[in-house]
Design a protein around this ligand. Structure first.
Ligand SMILES: [Zn+2]
Ligand SMILES: [Zn+2]
Length: 367
């Protein structure tokens, strides 16, 4: 007997990607209700992250249609039988998914999960099933596919949050902001007095700037090509900024620090910036690579590069910590956000690509 034959079906609305480059179109779909280990979340808001846009632009049309979105936040609507830590009505922020069984997950390092790729980019559950199958669409992106009115998550990728804070503000903590702040605080463990350059002052880079300030770095240099973003970097804690359109980065950094920097957070993914990051590094310095590259420790004088995923953060620990820092005024990430109606998702993506909006957040339902 098929154990899922009596499965409940929900009518949801989701932004579906059917062709390379979009546009995303909001469609009515049928989604299965939660399995024993799953939580059905009514999505209140979702951030749009660079990874959503990259998937959209690189999509292979021969594949099935998919639902993207991985910075969801919402209200628990229904829980499966084995779910223990959340109940109907709880507010939750969604983050990346991990398997929970491999050595890395069991030793508290879910960002290094053996099945990270399958669990986040497989567009299916780890057992190969897909709750949107009846509609011919694939979901489960980052274990959530949050560009939708409803999302299926598990206890591994949701974080219960206080009802006192607006979910639409908290939504983007689940990926980009966690990655930028976690890189500085968990992966690099930047210490008081250190010098750091942040290449690319989008949402991830600005989160790194704010985190560098709060751990007490002395010199924090923001590098970008958008004057508006550089201005914001200065307000959020950068001690210096370099406009990469006209200024020589190596010479400016030598000017500012008298040598190089102890750390570079490289968020642009450009090969040229990757090389430059190594060139401006002090001996024993570290470059954090945040766009999927692998690191190396075979550089001269103890320098190394590290490929970092999700700032090595355990969402259930790190997101509450970021919320505390936000409430204490030390991590004012709300200054990066711009809100859009769900139906304006393509406009939000276009604004983000042009660099006009640093962190677009879709408002999908009432809190
Ligand atoms: Zn795992
Ligand atoms: Zn992301």
């Amino acid at each position: 007997m098929n154990p899922h034959s009596d499965v409940q079906l929900y009518k949801i609305q989701a932004a579906v990607l059917r062709e390379k480059g979009g546009p995303l179109r909001i469609e009515s779909l049928e989604m299965e209700g939660p399995r024993n280990d799953e939580v059905l979340v009514r999505v209140v808001a979702s951030g749009i992250c660079h990874t959503d846009i990259a998937f959209c632009d690189d999509w292979d049309e021969s594949d099935n249609a998919v639902v993207l979105g991985h910075e969801g936040a919402g209200v628990v609507e229904q829980v499966g039988k084995s779910v223990k830590n959340v109940k109907r009505g709880d507010h939750v922020v969604l983050s990346y998914q991990s398997c929970g069984h491999c050595h890395q997950c069991r030793s508290g390092h879910p960002a290094h999960c053996k099945y990270l790729r399958e669990a986040n980019f497989g567009f299916q559950r780890l057992d190969g099933s897909n709750a949107l199958k009846r509609s011919g669409v694939r979901g489960h992106f980052f274990g959530q596919s949050s560009f939708a009115t409803h999302s299926l998550a598990t206890e591994r990728n949701l974080v219960k949050v206080s009802k006192d804070l607006p979910l639409k503000v908290l939504a983007p903590l689940g990926c980009g902001l966690q990655t930028g702040a976690g890189t500085v605080m968990n992966s690099l463990k930047v210490s008081k007095g250190a010098s750091i350059a942040v290449f690319g002052t989008g949402a991830v880079g600005l989160a790194a700037v704010m985190a560098a300030r709060l751990v007490g770095a002395d010199t924090i240099i923001g590098v970008d090509i958008k004057p508006k973003r550089l201005k914001l970097a200065l307000k959020l804690g950068a001690t210096h900024v370099i406009d990469n359109r006209g200024q020589d980065i190596t010479a400016r950094i030598a000017d500012i620090t008298g040598s190089g920097v102890d750390y570079v957070v490289e968020t642009t993914g450009s090969a040229k910036m990757h090389q430059l990051a190594i060139a401006v590094l002090n001996p024993h310095g570290v470059v954090a690579l945040l766009t999927g590259e692998r690191g190396t420790d075979s550089l001269p004088e103890g320098r190394k590069t590290l490929g970092i995923i999700q700032g090595d953060a355990v969402p259930q620990h790190f997101i509450p910590k970021l919320i505390d820092l936000y409430q204490a005024g030390q991590f004012p990430f709300d200054r990066l956000l711009k809100f859009y109606d769900f139906s304006d998702i393509n406009q939000a993506i276009a604004d983000s690509k042009r660099g006009d909006t640093i962190k677009p957040v879709l408002q999908i339902s009432e809190a």
